[in-house]
Design a protein around this ligand. Sequence first.
Ligand code: SAH
Ligand code: SF4
Ligand code: F3S
Length: 464
Amino acid sequence: MKISSSQPLRGKYYHIKTFGCQMNENDSERMAGLLEESGAERVSSPEKSDIIIVNTCAVREKSEDKLFSYLGRLSHLGKKRDKVVGVTGCVAQLYRNSLFTKNESIDFIAGPDNYRQIVNIILEVRKEKRAATQWSRNWQNIPYESTVHENPVSSYVTIMEGCNNFCTYCVVPFTRGREKYRPVKLVLDEVKFLSSLGYKEIILLGQNVNCYQDPDTGEEFFLLLRRVTEIDGIEWIRFITSHPKNFNKNLANTMNENQKICRQLHLPVQAGSNSVLKRMKRGYTLEEYLEWIRLLKSLMPDICLSTDIIVGFPGESEKDFHKTCDLLEEVGYTNIFSFRYSPRPLSAAGRYQDSVPLETKKKRLIELQELQKKIQLRQNKQKVGRVMKVLCLGHSKKDPKIYSGRNEGYQVVNFKADRDFTGNFVMVRITSCGPYSLRGEAVNNALFSLSRINHTTESSYRKD
Ligand code: SAH
Ligand code: SF4
Ligand code: F3S
């Protein structure tokens, strides 16, 4: 086969396995775009691929282990030299070249700042089997036009990367580096492009979006958000992650004033005890956190809130833990992501004594999750009978008449419909629920023309 210089990977098959957060998912989509531009084709199995990329997460011990068990599962492929195996993402950046000694099947290592050169790295490995990893302090722009989107309706748009906060339990500042901001113009260009492709929802991404500043003008996050709302075609806008320490009234007001910004916010609290928050170096007290929650609920009574919780942080007493449980009751989160603390390399708390026994951590996590399950069920039951707007993402594999989507609060809604609504907003009447999802059926004339979709329409339906 003739290899064109603009498509040096023509005839090659690739597979990307992604672990970790939304930013990793978005990075994989962008790497896939660069590989496809160079002629490579995606395959769903690593066995059939010439290039295997494992995009990794280092945030917890368990996340890190996933890389090695995945590589273990690939070991049946043998060390065939015609296959290139690369490790990218946060584990790659954290351990760099020392990963080569941990697993002999790895051919290259590339951190988040190397993705722009991913094709060259692969080509060099094929010639010289060389490792590549370096860390840049500036925003590394990857052309967005070629991104291979996993979802045809909702898209991530990364606006910043890295973190300057150094929460004592966290490895992310050592894997993603210091904060780097994508210029406003590039963000808006990508959103406009996505809109022209028919995307209806965008999720702005960053480790700490509230600290966003345009690198040239210093324009803040709430101003960027306002500009994004002005782009036609995009109907739902979300953003993640917001640090409570950097939350501000301008942002709350911007959410309140713009119908396109979903009444949904992920605001990670981590713990309900001030002494634990202080040792985590989170930079806020429980009372300050609750002030933001009160403000948000008073402005937007229907807002759906979610959070992250760590149980078993060094020194967390039974009393501290119960303060976290009280907080869950008080806020009434729609969803939580909860984890057992695990010490991370380079993090400050990694040097503390990991004092809470594993059994206690496990017990606390179960107790917390059981409590949250009850809260969610109680809240979801109140939604039965309501009619709400749902962005339909596809149908169930088992039953093609059951569709799945998300409501404005980012809850999963499974619903019956007699036509395919994939990619559209649908009005769904909620008929039953579980703790983790809502179930319902599409109402007559459920499909909305985009111009009619707004909050007024939704609330008038709710009164039916
Ligand atoms: N930038 C985001 C968090 C990214 S990490 C923020 O500041 O909220 C995602 C979540 O993983 C964190 O919110 C925290 O709950 C959890 N996490 C991070 N380090 C952890 C550790 N060492 N042990 C257990 N959970 C951890
Ligand atoms: Fe980690 Fe804290 Fe930064 Fe979030 S804000 S990425 S938890 S250091
Ligand atoms: Fe994991 Fe890196 Fe995201 S450590 S959570 S993949 S930023």
